[in-house]
Ligand binder design. Structure first.
Ligand code: CDP
Ligand code: CDP
Length: 224
């Protein structure tokens, strides 16, 4: 029997472990990894570079049509290109982007502009011969892939998440982003019905990855 192509959605608040978990799963199962937070961050960096303010929805709308989004696959990572350029990591993790990203992400037009792009990553994964797609974000299991084969929601106490970010040497407005992400009208951060909830406050990264691996392995054998 041919192997299934799996779509795995991983959602959760800031520093809940989405990226490290998704990256590890992409290696264990040979999945393409799409970090949609980095997509929102790249678009935010580009809008800020063009002088678009978070409050000026008309200017945001005008800019969105001119972004020219494409994808570059590097290893197992699906990176967003804007006008053929990958926005450098230092820029997308900058304090200015940390402060602005949730404001741009709350604008329905911004979310609509990224919807088809994000769904299109499944096609990119198939074309490149990956065995599936692991996509992380805030609304992957609720809006982007509500029919994903597996949908996970990662929790961790806010104090633990702040400690995790601090260990990485980052200044980040985690609590404020969570507040904005949870309270926005369009695609708020929430654990959708039917998603598998994992509280990782007292779990190591390996324990989280092993638990998810055990569930995915009922459908597809790990390669690593
Ligand atoms: O890495 P961290 O969890 O701190 O954040 P991120 O995943 O890089 O996402 C940055 C911001 O993008 C979030 O705070 C959300 O405002 C927005 N985002 C979103 O609205 N929807 C997604 N699917 C992913 C990110
Ligand atoms: O992508 P997200 O912002 O949700 O979190 P991350 O960047 O994957 O994880 C933030 C930090 O927490 C990283 O340094 C991870 O190694 C660490 N982490 C942890 O200590 N325990 C876990 N169970 C998961 C992540």
């Amino acid at each position: 029997m041919p192997s299934p192509f799996l779509i795995v959605a991983i959602d959760g608040g800031a520093a809940s472990g989405k990226s490290s978990t998704s990256r590890a799963l992409s290696e264990r199962f040979d999945f393409l990894h799409a970090d949609t937070g980095s997509y929102y961050r790249a678009v935010t960096a580009e809008l800020l570079r063009r002088g678009v303010a978070t409050g000026s929805v008309d200017a945001v709308r005008a800019a969105l049509g001119t972004l020219a989004l494409s994808t570059r696959v590097e290893g197992r990572s699906a990176r967003m290109e804007i006008g053929g350029r990958i926005v450098p990591e230092a820029e997308i993790r900058s304090p200015a982007v940390n402060a602005a990203v949730s404001h741009f992400a709350a604008i329905p037009e911004v979310r609509a502009a990224l919807l088809a792009y994000q769904r299109g990553q499944a096609e990119v994964a198939r074309e490149r011969g990956f065995r599936g797609l692991v996509m992380e974000g805030r609304d992957i299991g609720s809006v982007i892939f509500p029919d994903a084969d597996f949908r996970f929601f990662l929790h961790a106490d806010p104090e633990e998440r702040a400690r995790r970010r601090a260990r990485e040497g980052q200044t980040d407005s985690i609590a404020e982003r969570d507040r904005l992400d949870t309270s926005r009208k369009t695609a708020p951060l929430t654990c959708p019905p039917g998603a598998i909830d994992i509280d990782s406050t007292f779990m190591t990264l390996d324990e989280v990855v092993n638990r998810i691996t055990g569930m995915l392995a009922t459908r597809l054998s790990p390669v690593a």
